[in-house]
Design a protein around this ligand. Structure first.
Ligand code: DGY
Length: 326
């Protein structure tokens, strides 16, 4: 019988990360990538002291009450809205996430989605693939200017700052942002960004990018009223989390041309996508891939593994989200 502590890796992951974990733990893995129901997850966590999760595993009080041996949940994501953090802290469970390692890659993708949206890349590609391109014309798929325009970022954490730098330094954009509080002067200067109210941002930005973490207060940060404040020529990009945008209101705003276009990587109720978003042409839709490069996903998986090894073997998690008392 193994004397190593037992852990569960709840989703498929890089084999080399599993091999590293197996040096320290008795690992139950899920390389067939079956999505566990809450009951299956609870059952598989029996006798486990740690679990490697992704955004698809929900960890809350009801589950924790069934898992008396569990001590740590290591999320392979910077976002952790799948964790009920107060319930985990109350149950004495350490929660960890994977900050920093995905910042630049996710900022790259946010900027790519902004450009694809502004320059109508998906819409024009669909047109071409459908065999509809018969001649050049002066206004065919004419989009919005990116360089020199005004970039509005809602949520100015590490990823928001990365997008701001790309916009200001790479594309000569005027950058405005709204956030719970202003950044310190040095960070603002490095991003060449100015703090404004959410209303001013929505009314003046040519391109609005959402990068704020999900919370109950952030639910529907962008709904019909906010979309109505935006310029009819403006674009909206959501790489934050589903639920930050009211997807039904967005689909209506795209259909009515309240705004010009949107680029959406995260959805309410994903992997389901609001059916109306699938039928409007002026939206670029991607399946939650903002951090998806192999080096970055490997770095995220390695950091989640290091959190399990750090806490369970050496007594200290690397990137904890909480500090339970027991
Ligand atoms: C994150 O890290 O939060 C990404 O959205 C992947 O889930």
């Amino acid at each position: 019988m193994s004397t190593k502590p037992a852990i569960l890796v709840a989703r498929a992951v890089f084999p080399e990360v599993l091999q590293r974990l197996a040096q320290h733990f008795d690992v139950e893995s899920n390389q067939d990538d079956v999505l566990y129901t809450a009951e299956e997850l609870a059952q598989r966590l029996q006798g486990k002291v740690g679990v490697f999760t992704t955004g698809s595993e929900r960890i809350g009080a009801a589950l924790l009450a069934q898992c008396p041996d569990l001590r740590i949940c290591a999320n392979m994501a910077v976002g952790y809205n799948n964790f009920d953090l107060p319930a985990m802290t109350a149950a004495g469970i350490v929660a960890t996430n994977t900050p920093d390692v995905l910042t630049e890659t996710t900022a790259d993708f946010g900027f790519a989605l902004l450009m694809a949206t502004a320059r109508r890349m998906a819409e024009s590609e669909h047109f071409l693939r459908a065999g509809l391109w018969t001649r050049w014309s002066y206004d065919m798929f004419a989009g919005a200017e990116v360089h020199g325009s005004t970039l509005g970022i809602i949520g100015m954490g590490r990823i928001g700052q990365g997008i701001a730098r790309r916009g200001a330094l790479g594309f000569g954009m005027k950058v405005i942002y709204s956030n719970r509080k202003p950044l310190d002067a040095a960070t603002e200067a490095a991003c060449q960004a100015r703090f404004v109210s959410k209303t001013e941002l929505l009314q003046t930005a040519d391109h609005v990018v959402l990068v704020l973490p999900y919370s109950a207060e952030a639910h529907h940060t962008i709904g019909a009223a906010e979309l109505a404040m935006m310029k009819p020529t403006a674009t909206l990009v959501n790489i934050a989390r589903g639920g930050i945008v009211d997807d039904a209101a967005l689909a209506a705003a795209l259909r009515n041309r309240t705004i010009a276009a949107a680029g959406i990587d995260v959805f309410e109720g994903e992997p389901s996508v609001h059916p109306d978003l699938l039928t409007v042409p002026n939206v670029v839709l991607t399946p939650h891939i903002a951090s998806a490069t192999i080096p970055t996903r490997l770095a995220m998986a390695d950091l989640a593994a290091d959190n399990l090894i750090g806490f369970l073997i050496h007594g200290k998690a690397l990137t904890p989200l909480n500090a339970p008392a027991h």
